[in-house]
Design a binder for this molecule. Structure first.
Ligand code: ADP
Length: 215
């Protein structure tokens, strides 16, 4: 409720000021209103996803899939953003990976959340590498960035809902603080695990596993 209340009270504050002729509804004001409404939409979407996962009602549509394809597709969707930001997106995939038993849309979302975070926290001229390899009954996928990294004392908290390392940045980066919580729930719903390794000033690596198909 607290997380929803802040953007809502910002919206109301602006609208009240316009109503009372304290503020003129110029382009900047409209843009701010729009931003708050967008953040609210994202929050509600993310909260719904999380509520389903908490109630164990998250229905996975699992099929035998080539995870390399899911990875490549996720990378394509970030291509233009990477060019704009001067960041290289690198694929480090073996020629062949075993087929996995996954809900490809959900795993695409996990990749999206991890790549999105990597982009947000990596400066110009940095690299983001997506790698994958077979490991026992699982395929292990890693998203590695050369960004700002995360202090060791923060690492145990970052998968918690609404947790952000730099509280003041949330507004600017537009994050809901739910991306990693959702990624963790989705990976665990598949019977996999997600971990983070990071060194401040050097970068971060998020690694998750998904089960190989037994078909
Ligand atoms: P947000 O919406 O804030 O991105 P997340 O749950 O996705 O929420 O991430 C939680 C916090 O973990 C972020 O606010 C950020 O401080 C930290 N974080 C996540 N990914 C990275 C990364 N690749 N590099 C540095 N910090 C990260």
């Amino acid at each position: 409720a607290h997380e929803l209340r802040t953007p809502l009270s910002n919206l109301r504050g602006y609208l009240e000021a316009i109503k009372d002729d304290v503020l003129k509804p110029d382009t900047a004001t409209i843009n701010s209103l729009y931003e708050e409404a967008t953040l609210l939409t994202r929050l509600v979407d993310d909260l719904q996803e999380l509520a389903l996962a908490d109630a164990s009602e998250l229905k996975l549509n699992r099929q035998t899939e080539d995870i390399s394809g899911v990875i490549r597709q996720a990378m394509v969707s970030f291509q233009s953003q990477m060019i704009d930001r001067g960041i290289s997106l690198i694929a480090d995939l073996p020629d062949r990976l075993p087929l996995c038993n996954i809900d490809s849309q959900r795993i695409a979302q996990v990749l999206h959340n991890l790549i999105n975070n990597a982009v947000t926290h990596t400066p110009r001229d940095g690299n983001i590498t997506i790698s994958a390899k077979e490991s026992g009954n699982y395929v292990e996928v890693a998203v590695t960035d050369t960004g700002e990294g995360i202090p060791a004392e923060e690492l145990p908290n970052i998968f918690e809902r609404f947790y952000r390392v730099d509280k003041s940045r949330s507004r600017r980066t537009g994050g809901t603080g739910l991306g990693l919580t959702i990624a963790k729930r989705l990976v665990e719903a598949h019977g996999g695990k997600i971990i983070v390794q990071s060194e401040p000033g050097k970068g971060s690596r998020f690694t998750f596993t998904v089960p190989i198909s037994s078909d």
